[in-house]
Write a protein that binds this ligand. Structure first.
Ligand code: NAD
Length: 313
């Protein structure tokens, strides 16, 4: 199949690209590199089945190729990034989704939206299943991301209903692994890097807020299964193993043998207090559930950042 992936030079998109190439597909990537890194895909530069186009997907989109799929992953994705890029985040979620859906219609291709657990906001139920409608503050600092993704889901369903486009919506929960940026503000790379440098590990609030972490290879497997399924409903993809941020920090100290202590900072506005996916739908419709244990995934991620630090990054 010929697949266009937007945001394909980012963390998730580059791993998914590797999986798709391995499965024998041909990939075109559109990325403006606003938060991505060309080094994430530089190993594919001589691959005849891969083409990179530096392009902002909120602008006019044109492609000669026939397309079987469009995977829309372009968007700043970490709280640090969308705090710096609030308007770009809203634009790529709204205009970027509109442009890519229009292209899918024009090419008669299928469409997958990389949505997020953030559509549930600071949830009032735990775990969250796909029927939960969310608790989002539209004007808070996280609203630019949460509402852009909620709009993206609404637009995707509108194209499905009005034009009969074959669409998928992946509600992706916290995912981690190699190729994340050390300073992108997400908790796993932040704590690992502080631990490896024996620096104080920053905990926001009292550290009792919970998250559930999915290793990248489980996530790309789930995304691929979602593509191959026939479900047009949103599907939660994530690891249901829920833990507090303090537990995560202690685990990282144990795995790295770090001498780091913890330091506490004020909890950011609208930070979700709990986060755990109910993955019943993914289990039923995709026969999918994560298989990588946290210690295994964290060790691979720690080794990646150790290598980066030894290279002077
Ligand atoms: P990332 O920042 O590493 O990747 C995003 C990519 O999109 C980057 O390469 C960036 O340059 C590109 N991009 C942004 N705006 C663009 C534009 N206007 N035109 C073209 N390219 C643009 O983030 P990620 O973690 O890989 O996230 C990828 C997608 O998955 C995002 O849509 C995000 O919302 C979603 N997601 C990720 C997670 C996670 O835990 N990593 C969780 C939920 C949802």
């Amino acid at each position: 199949m010929v697949i266009l992936i937007t945001g394909g030079a980012g963390f998730l998109g580059s791993h998914l690209t590797d999986k798709l190439i391995k499965e024998g597909h041909e990939i075109v990537c559109f990325d403006n590199l606003v938060t991505g890194n060309i080094l994430n895909v530089s190993h594919l530069s001589d691959n005849g089945k891969y083409r990179f186009v530096k392009h902002d997907v909120t602008e006019y989109l044109f492609l000669h190729e026939k397309l079987d799929w469009i995977l829309h992953f372009a968007s700043p994705a970490s709280p640090v990034d969308y705090a710096v890029l609030p308007i770009q985040t809203l634009k790529v979620g709204a205009l970027g989704t509109h442009k890519t859906l229009g292209l899918a219609l024009n090419k008669n291709s299928k469409f997958l939206l990389a949505s997020t657990s953030e559509v549930y906001g600071d949830p009032l139920v735990n775990p969250q299943n796909e029927e939960y409608l969310g608790n989002v503050d539209p004007i808070g600092p996280r609203g630019v991301y949460d509402e852009a993704k909620r709009f993206g889901e609404a637009l995707t369903m509108a194209y499905h209903r009005v034009h009969g486009l074959d669409t998928r919506i992946a509600r992706i929960f916290n995912t981690y692994g190699p190729k994340m940026r050390a300073l992108d503000g997400r908790v796993v790379p932040a704590l690992i890097n502080q631990a490896l440098k024996n620096q104080p590990m920053t905990i926001f609030g009292n550290g009792m807020q919970t998250r559930s972490f999915c290793y990248i290879s489980d996530m790309t497997d789930g995304l691929y299964r979602l593509m191959m399924s026939s479900t047009n409903k949103p599907v939660n993809l994530g690891n249901p193993h829920e833990m507090t941020i303090l537990e995560l920090a202690r685990f990282i100290v144990e795995l790295t043998g770090s001498k780091s202590e913890t330091t506490f900072k004020e909890l950011p506005v609208n930070d979700p207090r709990v986060r755990q996916p109910d993955i019943s739908r993914a289990k039923k419709e995709l026969s999918w559930e994560p298989t990588v244990q946290l210690n295994e995934g964290l060790m691979k991620t720690i080794e990646y950042f150790e290598r980066k630090l030894s290279e002077g990054e």
